[in-house]
Write a protein that binds this ligand. Structure first.
Ligand code: FPP
Ligand code: MG
Length: 309
């Protein structure tokens, strides 16, 4: 694999980047790949439950970030798409479990009844488990034209991201913090960097690993991802207060109802919005060396603070 450092440092040009069109195109590519990733087999019910949530729409931000980073660092669609799909499988399974009565007990997700509302708690738990296991199988068996060492690095990174050092750990602290008014900014930051930030960071980093990017680039792109990860969560907290159920495709106002500590509850809406903007500016600053080639990653960062759903 070629180390594409030289090619990466192109001068910035003033091309006008069409974000909406880019997101639409990338989302369509990801939707097609996700649809092809899981076929219905016996027992049909579990495959249907897995496909129900996986193909229910969503922003597909994690796969789009993985594809964009791979492209930026010299990778191809073929190299990155299986991991892009696996990231969405992991994200989807975490939402299926998060929505269960034992956790957030939510009835709607992505504009549709939640998985357990349609298939029951038992099948929803198993659909989550099935998607999680399949994500790893999918990366290991479907990734093409990447050296095996980098595939193992991606698998290891995903494992760490999902487990107690990542999503699971963040979710545990989130559950423990419900109803506690004395939660500190430090605890809140731990919850968000683990529950949300870790998978967004893994999306960016795995794209770079697959493209065989140097450690210097991986570190820089990690910093970009950490900043957009926190900004993403702050905007999520704001939207929970300001957006409607229809906009979000899920029940709005749940954080207040569950007495969850959020950034707006600590800082207020205005300061939270300003903080998100600051984080996005820092994320974009990490991309300056890449010039126009990083326009997709810049645009995704901007989208994170301007989105209304
Ligand atoms: C949504 O947060 C939930 C998450 C981002 C992840 C939750 C993680 C788990 C349930 C652990 C899953 C298990 C494995 C093995 C990965 P939220 O409730 O703040 O947002 P919401 O309003 O969209 O529900
Ligand atoms: Mg939830």
């Amino acid at each position: 694999m070629v180390q594409a450092d030289k090619k990466l440092t192109e001068p910035e040009t003033s091309t006008i980047f069409d974000l909406n069109n880019y997101l639409k195109q990338q989302k369509a590519l990801v939707e097609r790949a996700l649809d092809q990733s899981i076929a219905i087999a016996r027992p049909e019910k579990i495959y249907e439950a897995m496909r129900y949530s996986l193909l229910a729409g969503g922003k597909r931000l994690r796969p789009i970030l993985c594809l964009a980073t791979s492209d930026l660092t010299g990778g191809t669609l073929e190299m990155a798409m299986p991991t892009a799909c696996a990231l969405e499988m992991i994200h989807t399974m975490s939402l299926i479990h998060d929505d269960l009565p034992a956790m957030d007990n939510d009835d709607f997700r992505r504009g549709k009844p939640t998985n357990h509302k349609v298939y029951g708690d038992d099948i929803a738990i198993l659909a989550g488990d099935g998607l999680l296991a399949y994500a790893f199988e999918y990366v290991a068996t479907q990734t093409k034209n990447v050296n095996p060492e980098n595939i193992i690095r991606v698998v290891a990174r995903l494992g760490r991201t999902v487990g107690a050092a990542g999503l699971v750990g963040g979710q545990v602290l989130d559950l423990e913090s419900e109803g506690k008014s004395e939660i500190t900014a430090e605890t809140l930051s731990f919850i968000h960097t683990h529950k949300t930030g870790a998978l967004l960071e893994a999306s960016v980093v795995s794209g770079a690993i697959l493209a065989n990017a140097s450690e210097e680039h991986i570190t820089r792109l990690s910093n970009y991802a950490q900043n957009i990860g926190l900004a993403f969560q702050i905007i999520d907290d704001i939207l929970d207060i300001t957006a409607t159920d229809e906009q979000l495709g899920k029940t709005a106002g749940k954080d207040l109802q569950a007495q969850k500590a959020t950034y707006p509850s600590l800082w207020g809406l205005e300061k939270s919005q300003a903080k998100a903007q600051e984080l996005v500016d820092s994320a974009i600053a990490q991309l300056s060396i890449y010039g126009a080639k990083a326009e997709p990653l810049r645009a995704v960062a901007k989208y994170i603070v301007t989105r209304d759903r």
